[in-house]
Design a protein around this ligand. Sequence first.
Ligand code: FMN
Length: 118
Amino acid sequence: MTDNFSNLTQEKGKRRSNLFSVPMMDWTDRHCRMFHRLLSKETQPWTEMLTTKAIIHGDKNRLLDFDAAEHSLVLQLGGSEPDEMAACAKIAQDWGYDEVNINVGCPSDRVQSGFLIF
Ligand SMILES: Cc1cc2nc3c(=O)[nH]c(=O)nc-3n(C[C@H](O)[C@H](O)[C@H](O)COP(=O)(O)O)c2cc1C
């Protein structure tokens, strides 16, 4: 897959633009993000919000893998435990994400159900 999309790749760590392909839970998985990449080379994709517990206890490959053409890519975290947030930021760095964003204002029911910071 990477070979087919090598013309879309970007140097890691270099933001493409301030035009974001915004995070949307249950939508912006890697397949959706690659579709967006095919629509534009300019956008910066964000993952959907991933909870710290899902990352720590879940299937990391399924949740975190991405294509090189997605760079520069932001991982959005949702969580309320500082130790877990720090652990996930480290995991994101090791996995090759370019940035980490902390969700502190999503109107989703799941986010507002009490398990997050606010
Ligand atoms: C289905 C859906 C899921 C969303 N999930 C997230 C999310 O995971 N994290 C987040 O920060 N915002 C989330 N949002 C908000 C969007 O990223 C975006 O900020 C918002 O939709 C833009 O505002 P608008 O819907 O008023 O145009 C979501 C929005 C929708 C419609």
